[in-house]
Design a protein around this ligand. Sequence first.
Ligand code: AKG
Ligand code: FE2
Length: 334
Amino acid sequence: MASAIHLHTTCSLKKLVDDGVKSVPPKYVFPSRLSVDKSSTATPRTLASPPVIDLAPLNTPERSHAISQIGDACRDYGFFQVVNHGISLELIKRLLAAADKFFALPAEDRIPYLIDDPRDKRSHSVNWKETVAFRSNTSAPAFCMEPAWQYKAEVQKLGETLYRAIVESLGATTDEGTVKQHVASCNMMMHYYPPCPDPSLTFGLSEHTDAGFITILLQDQVGGLEILKDGQWIPCNPVPEALTINIADQMEILSNGRYASILHRVVTNGAKPRLSVPCFLGPSMEAVTSPLADIIDENNPARFRGVVYSDYLQHYMKVRFDDTATNGLDFARL
Ligand SMILES: O=C(O)CCC(=O)C(=O)O
Ligand SMILES: [Fe+2]
């Protein structure tokens, strides 16, 4: 969400829940939730969760095996989880502990740091979550900033590794200058989804795709993330010590549509709060994304035009979170 203007919010959903709210206030009700046949949105058991991929072989003679696993996951799911990702588990624990400590603070100490995520308002409905965005040294209390900055730097490195691997899985090459331009920014947020008195009425985060190249998500073990696969919402169940990766819009353009940016959403639950830390890795504002030259020929013509990221983001923020359009990528489609 690189270009979004983040206004600070004045209220806390968590406080409402802590104070014992017994029903969902109307602004948090998604009308689409009321009209759907609940049986069709019940978590299906038939389709598997996205695959879990071991990244350790990337630095060994077995690299090509890991690359083909990544390619298959990008093509078949647009989502996968990675273990042996190189980010210290101790650092991850420290970050999650800091996040827990932050969300345990009294509401008045937390509210100044909460942002109005522009993605939280879809038409008239509001997502069931609270969010902090790590944009400056004062985005969160110092005890959060310290692990957050360290984690963000590690995620940026992992993002470059994954970008290279994904391009390689397409049978294409890239140069270091392009990697730096396309993995130029890392927008990090921290979402807290309180337990909800009626999860059938709400979304933690309603369906969307992410705008950048790839998103690296740290989620706790509670669960709630779902992806749309073959017309069915399937859970992306948390795996201990894994990070969740998804293809975002710029990667769909780069891969000329071979790797789709997948719709995903977060559902709420009645029992436990959930914490997640997404990092949106995207290009610099002036960078142009277009399909990789190596994968375009007369049998595979370009399906997208080149787009400047700042133009893309402007369009994305306009259409993605109202009810009038469903696909931000139509902006770039030829
Ligand atoms: O909390 C999650 O699991 C997903 C968050 C997400 O999709 C986003 O912030 O774009
Ligand atoms: Fe997302």
